[in-house]
Design a protein. Structure first.
Length: 218
């Protein structure tokens, strides 16, 4: 009986120990939960770092694109300014060339016209000499009247071309217009005045074609 009681008590003790073990809290669970929480935080931190890194990369990429776009724009603007400057220079050079060509063309035309006028003037001189030789009785002659009409028409054509005679008699001697071939004493006129015109001079526009041959008072 005593042995049975001891066995019963031993079994009870084992049962109580098992119940106590079952009832005791699991110490491993909190540790595992803490480890899992740490791992979750670590993963969250890594995700945040990755997100921040991606955002920084995007921002830097945008900045680089803006900088490259500005650089391209600046080069484009510089090229445009260079081309505009070159165009303006070419236009100015062309305008100068056109003005210079017009002046040269005008000068060449005037030189050619003066050359033609110089060859015509002796014909005009001969007309004048012929008409001066006509007597009073011959002035009513039809031939003389025809010559006078042709002479007037000739002078009108020259005047329309810009050829005009130089005024000489009674004017002060001007070496730019007159060619003094003779001198005389004349108390009725002031010194250095033209007293007589020996050959008529002409101007074409603003240049002298032929100087007047004159006599000047001393």
């Amino acid at each position: 009986m005593a042995e049975e009681k001891e066995l019963a008590s031993a079994e009870e003790v084992e049962n109580e120990a098992k119940q106590a073990e079952d009832a005791a809290p699991d110490t491993k669970a909190p540790e595992e939960e803490a480890d899992m929480a740490k791992e979750d935080l670590k993963e969250q931190d890594e995700e945040k770092e990755e997100t921040v890194g991606n955002e920084e990369k995007k921002e830097s990429g945008k900045k680089n694109k803006k900088l490259s776009g500005r650089a391209k724009k600046d080069k484009k603007d510089e090229k445009i300014e260079e081309l505009n400057d070159r165009l303006l220079r070419n236009m100015a050079e062309f305008e100068n060339f056109r003005n210079r060509s017009e002046k040269e063309k005008t000068a060449m035309f005037e030189i050619g016209a003066k050359s033609v006028v110089e060859k015509i003037l002796p014909v005009v001189d001969n007309f004048e000499r012929g008409l001066d030789a006509v007597t009073e009785e011959e002035k009513d002659n039809g031939f003389v009247k025809g010559m006078e009409a042709i002479y007037k028409q000739f002078c009108t054509a020259l005047e329309e071309m810009g050829v005009v005679p130089i005024e000489a008699v009674g004017k002060e001697f001007d070496p730019n217009l007159h060619n003094a071939v003779m001198h005389e004493e004349d108390d009725s006129m002031e010194a250095n005045m033209v007293s007589e015109e020996l050959q008529k001079g002409y101007m074409y526009k603003e240049s002298v074609v032929r100087h007047s041959m004159v006599k000047v008072v001393n």
